[in-house]
Design a protein around this ligand. Structure first.
Ligand code: HEC
Ligand code: HEC
Length: 338
């Protein structure tokens, strides 16, 4: 078995197949084979979860993590995607009772620390980032999902969690728990401990849009001097200019007359590999981008506020990155007009 294989039942041309390609495959890979998002075509995954679990996961996402919610898909579309994912595997949808699992969460807590925390985090917060880096191939990154997550806990019933523990996920680092030598009582204790995370979810993670969409400084220097100042400030902050050009170059007719709008792109290796390790949508932030413009004799330096994008995706790891980038922009802008 190992890595999931493509089954012949899947229907790429179906509505669900097309919606999957549009909304999911960038992270979960073509045919659900996995990428930044964990593989969905795994036998053990599809034998452990109901269609309702998949549909709720699409609807709620995993707030604060890379997996986004899809509030704008219609119910019909969510079901079409679910059906497509189900078609990636030969077996029928499993059936579980809705009985809650009764265990001892205190005992579960000890077991979790001993057997699970190394991957899922001390408090079930999940592996950090995407696991992707320059040196690590994309297809190897199966990071442990967050278990203390509102989206997960709202989607998974006790019996689904229990079944996931018993089954494990062959082809990923997640092992079958009985194979670790734990008893059914231990598993019940673990499930009730995971369920108890629900009480600690103080609030849903919701990253707010910043009030200022644009960072802007007026420059007392000439247009040309301000461009030089920005480049120096970029270098002083340990970044390199990776590209510079007139804004709209190649798009706007050069005969239109002289335009005083210049854009400087900057980055460094640390920033790129840090960003890449956090979220596949990091391309919206990178490289850094600063515009110098002169209009009616006034020179301005401006950049868009990266915290806007973080609000769009509601991923804590991206938010931290956006905060740091925001501070970098402020430093560079201030230095350039000083
Ligand atoms: C070596 C790392 C590792 C260890 C140790 C580990 N897990 Fe996992 N776990 C994972 C990975 C990776 C996945 C995602 C598997 C996949 O791709 O479906 C996962 C998936 C899960 C899921 C399903 C979550 C979801 O979103 O579907 C549950 C529940 C879970 N683990 C609980 C546990 C518990 C409880 C323990 C301790 C007994 C444990 N895990 C130990 C790595 C680990
Ligand atoms: C930007 C990347 C991204 C996109 C887009 C995305 N996902 Fe995910 N998805 C993830 C990640 C990462 C996880 C693991 C959650 C965690 O780390 O806590 C996940 C988890 C899941 C899970 C839970 C898997 C499990 O083992 O329980 C399902 C189901 C899922 N995604 C389905 C989808 C579907 C369907 C779509 C498209 C409608 C989609 N995802 C779009 C990144 C993504």
């Amino acid at each position: 078995m190992g890595r999931p294989e493509v089954t012949s039942d899947r229907d790429e041309g179906s509505e669900g197949g097309r919606l999957y390609a549009l909304h999911c495959s960038a992270c979960h890979g073509n045919y659900g084979l996995g990428g930044v998002g964990i593989p969905l075509a795994l036998d053990d995954f599809l034998e452990s979860v109901t269609d309702r679990y998949i549909a709720l996961t699409i609807r709620f996402g995993r707030p604060g993590r890379v997996m986004p919610p899809f509030p704008r898909l219609t119910g019909h579309e969510v079901l079409a995607i679910t059906k497509y994912i189900r078609s990636l595997h030969w077996a029928d949808e499993p059936q579980f009772s809705s009985e809650p699992v009764v265990g001892d969460p205190v005992a579960g807590r000890g077991l979790f620390a001993a057997f699970c925390a190394q991957c899922h985090g001390a408090n079930g917060e999940g592996g950090q980032g995407t696991g992707v880096s320059f040196s690590r191939p994309r297809f190897k990154s199966i990071l442990a999902p967050a278990l203390n997550n509102a989206g997960f806990l709202a989607s998974a019933s006790d019996q689904i969690i229990k079944h996931s523990l018993i089954q494990g996920r062959e082809g990923t680092p997640m092992r079958s728990v009985p194979a670790l030598g734990l008893s059914e009582q231990d598993i019940n204790d673990l499930v009730s401990y995971i369920r108890s995370f629900q009480n600690q979810l103080t609030k849903q993670v919701i990253i707010k849009r910043p009030a200022d969409a644009v960072l802007l400084q007026q420059s007392p220097y000439s247009y040309q001097q301000t461009i030089e100042n920005v480049k120096k400030a970029v270098a002083d902050s340990d970044y390199s200019v990776v590209r510079e050009q007139l804004l709209g170059e190649g798009i706007i007719d050069p005969d239109e007359g002289e335009r005083k709008q210049y854009v400087i792109y900057f980055a460094n290796l640390e920033m790129l590999s840090d960003g890449l390790g956090r979220d596949p949508r990091i391309g919206l932030f990178l490289p850094g981008k600063i515009v110098i413009a002169e209009y009616e004799g006034v020179v301005k330096v401006l950049t868009s506020n990266p915290k806007q994008y973080a609000a769009l995706f509601n991923n804590m790891a991206l938010n931290d990155f956006a905060e740091a980038l925001y501070r970098t922009y402020r430093t560079i802008l201030q230095a350039a007009v000083l």
